[in-house]
Design a protein around this ligand. Sequence first.
Ligand code: ZN
Length: 242
Amino acid sequence: MQILIISDIHANLTALQAVLSNAGEIDSAWCLGDLLGYGPDPNECIECIRQLPNLVCLIGNHDAAVLNLIDTDAFNPEARQTIVWTQNALLPENETFLKSLPNKIQIDNVTLAHGSPRQPIWEYLLDSYTATRNFDYFDTDFCFVGHTHLPFIFHLKNDQNNASLTIPTPNKKIELSPRAILNAGSVGQPRDRDPRAAYAIFDPDQQTWDYRRVTYEIADVQKRMNNAGLPSRHIQRLSSGW
Ligand code: ZN
C-alpha cells in the first residue's frame, strides 16, 4: 500500500506536478494542509489535489487565513499580501472545499495534523522539548505533520523521557518504529536550503517511510509569481529553498 504524504504545497503547481509524476502509482493521498499562500496557482493546486485517490486533506494556517477563519496579523506583511491576492483569485467551489476540511484527523494508527497534534493550526515543532510534550496529544503510533517546511522525525521510545530528532536522508526508505512524529517537508516552498520539492510515501503494511526530493522548473513558477505581482522575496527564496 502506497500512501502519498504531501504538505505545504503553497499554490505551487509545478512542484506539485513534479511530485505526482515522481511518486508514480499511489493508493491514497494524505495532504497535511497549506494548499494555498505564497504561490501563483491556488485554484489549479486545489483542483489537482482533489483528484488524488482516496484523498484525506487537512486545512493549514494559510488556508484558514484565506478563508478569514483566523486573524492575519500573525503573518508577515508579504505573506498577508499574498493571502489577499489569493482571496481574490479563489473560485467559490474551491473555497467551499477548503471550508470542509478538518485540522486534525486520525486514520487507523496514524494521527494527521498541520502544525502539531496539540495545536493543529499554529504550533511549530522545531525542537525536542516541544515535540516531546506533543506525544501526549495523540494515541496512535505515528503522527504526521507539516507546517515547518522542514523534514524531520521525532522518536519517543518507551524508556526515554525526551524525543530524539533525526533529519532523514532523501531517497532512502526507512522502517518505522513507534512512537514517532514525522514531517515530510514542503512540496511548494522547502526551507531547509534544498530547493527541491519534498514529500514521502508511507506504507502502513510494511511500516516504511520513503522520504523523497524531486527537482522541478522553479523558474516557471517564479515567472507566474512575477506576472501576478507577488512579493519578490517569496519569488527569490524558491531558488535556494529558505
Ligand atoms: Zn506552510
